[in-house]
Design a protein around this ligand. Structure first.
Ligand SMILES: Cc1cc2nc3c(=O)[nH]c(=O)nc-3n(C[C@H](O)[C@H](O)[C@H](O)COP(=O)(O)OP(=O)(O)OC[C@H]3O[C@@H](n4cnc5c(N)ncnc54)[C@H](O)[C@@H]3O)c2cc1C
Length: 483
């Protein structure tokens, strides 16, 4: 047997990253197809380059790895856990197992791209086979191009280009068997990684979430069997589950966007406005990655740099009140408390709390982005940064800065009976709907009857919205005509 042939029979490391699934996982299915032994590996890569994972997502990761491990065991193998810098870990595992190939699915965040490009180079030059596959997105970000070959900065033409570009590849089913190597190196223990929050903080997450690909598939089925009918309207209802709730599963790669896309293609009403609206949302996620791919500093730099001169306030005390849901504006407080309690927030309310932070409090969008990154179970480098820049007016195809959301009318419009506020701000549970979004205007008798004492049982508003709006618009006028 010659060297090359021998090498070709060596084990393949399948390196899992934010693709914690066996379904529609091309790195895994391509490795299985070779018939060679496979070493499923997850590396906890929290290095200076990658930065730490947010706390809420660390909770998710713990449970997601538990679920993936169990799935892999059902297929006759096991998941190897290692921590450290990727290249060092891969070299140790290669040495211990005689692996001759490393397969992975591509990632598109700047640190991930840098690490993978470098690895491909050094491992290949050592004679190792490296193969990378698509799967985190519907289409490769470099594939969707404007007529002049450049990247898009506006969503609607991007959506049209995606539509015109044809269907994403059909998903591939999970393998039934994953051939195991003769011996496995020792794995680290998941419990030793300390991913679960030390405080009771995440105690309620499991009321809302069940990480893992089985739960993602179940959610997709429930959604396509029911909630998707009427999605165009139900997606704006803050008080009920009118959306798919797939975002944290997508963020950890427990389900592929292609699997979701094709599930909607197969529906009897595949061309209804509800289904198309949903597909457009999935394409917003694609657009975010397209933007991040072409603007790698999007999570930290305003795409429109003139916003750096807006005159952001330090506002540490206001920022703390915003984070803890104590601003005195019920829809804002309900959103921030939903985030703290369940690691998520309704999309409409994310826009309202974002506008309040950036415009009413004049606090830099990056502080909001970081807080969301730490507390959202669906924290995603592309979607989070794009949406914060959208809210702040400094992003691509963003909401104009002068469009300042009024937290009272937004509350009345998107939570007309106050159900969302009642759930997350229980001290206002007995306020009549007419006043629940602005208790500070309610007559004393109404407050007394509802058991609300402003400044005691519930905070007084921390700003006067009309004055805050004027201040924001004045700050904006100062930079409006700057280059
Ligand atoms: C300030 C702000 C920060 C955000 N941060 C994140 C984030 O870190 N991670 C994240 O996944 N989403 C983020 N979003 C977008 C959006 O709020 C969530 O994707 C959505 O609430 C997830 O719920 P769902 O899965 O039920 O969505 P559905 O309505 O069922 O939509 C299906 C999928 O489409 C994608 N999608 C929907 N809306 C958007 C959007 N506006 N931008 C990008 N993709 C979208 C998501 O992948 C979502 O799972 C943010 C929005 C705002 C305004």
């Amino acid at each position: 047997m010659d060297d090359v042939h021998q090498r070709d029979q060596g084990p393949i490391i399948v390196w899992f990253r934010k693709d914690l699934r066996t379904d529609d996982n091309r790195a895994l299915s391509s490795a299985v197809e070779t018939g060679r032994p496979i070493i499923p590996l997850y590396i906890r890569e929290e290095t200076a380059e990658t930065g730490p994972l947010g706390e809420a997502q660390a909770w998710w990761l713990h449970h997601s790895l538990t679920a993936l491990s169990a799935n892999i065991e059902r297929c006759g193998s096991r998941l190897l856990l290692k921590s450290g810098e990727a290249e060092n870990v891969l070299r140790q595992v290669i040495k211990a197992t005689g692996a001759s190939a490393i397969f992975w699915n591509r990632r598109y965040d700047p640190a991930g791209i840098r690490i993978d490009t470098r690895l491909k180079e050094v491992l290949s030059s050592d004679g190792l086979e490296t193969a990378s596959f698509a799967g985190a997105l519907l289409h490769e970000p470099s594939r969707v191009k404007t007529k002049t070959g450049g990247p898009y900065r506006v969503y609607t033409p991007f959506w049209r280009a995606v539509e015109a570009g044809g269907e994403p590849p059909e998903p591939v089913d999970a393998p039934e068997k994953i051939p195991a190597p003769k011996t496995f190196p020792t794995s680290e223990k998941l419990d030793d990684w300390g991913l679960l929050p030390k405080l009771e903080w995440a105690a309620d997450f499991s009321q809302r979430w069940e990480p893992g690909e089985a739960s993602a598939r179940e959610k997709l089925e429930d959604f396509t069997d029911g909630t998707i009918d009427g999605y165009r309207e139900s997606r704006e209802r803050t008080w009920e589950a009118g959306t798919s709730r797939l975002s944290p599963h997508l963020a950890m790669g427990e389900i592929s966007p292609a699997r979701i896309w094709h599930a909607t293609r197969g529906l009897p009403k595949a061309d209804s406005a509800d289904v198309i609206t949903f597909r457009k949302e999935l394409v917003w996620r694609e657009f975010a990655y397209h933007l991040l791919f072409h603007n790698p500093d999007m999570p930290t730099e305003s795409l429109n740099r003139k916003y750096d001169k807006l005159g952001w306030m330090d506002g540490d005390a206001d920022f703390d009140l915003w984070k803890t849901g104590m601003t005195g504006f019920p829809i804002v407080d309900a959103g921030m408390r939903e985030l703290w309690r369940f690691g998520t927030m309704h999309n409409r309310v994310r826009m309202i709390v974002g506008s309040f932070l950036v415009k009413d409090l004049l606090i830099d969008w990056r502080r909001g982005e970081r807080w969301f990154r730490d507390t959202l179970v669906d924290a995603d480098p592309a979607s989070n940064a794009m949406n914060w820049q959208w809210v702040a007016g400094c992003g691509a195809d963003a909401s104009p800065f002068f469009r300042v959301f009024n937290p009272i009318t937004q509350g009345e419009k998107f939570d007309s009976d106050g159900l969302y506020v009642r759930e997350h701000v229980p001290e206002l549970a007995d306020m009549p709907s007419d006043w629940i979004h602005h208790p500070f205007d309610a007559p004393a008798a109404v407050l007394a009857k509802a058991g609300v004492t402003l400044g005691d049982s519930y905070p007084k508003p921390i700003v006067d919205h009309a004055k805050a709006r004027d201040r924001a618009l004045a700050a904006y006028r100062n930079i409006k005509d700057a280059a």
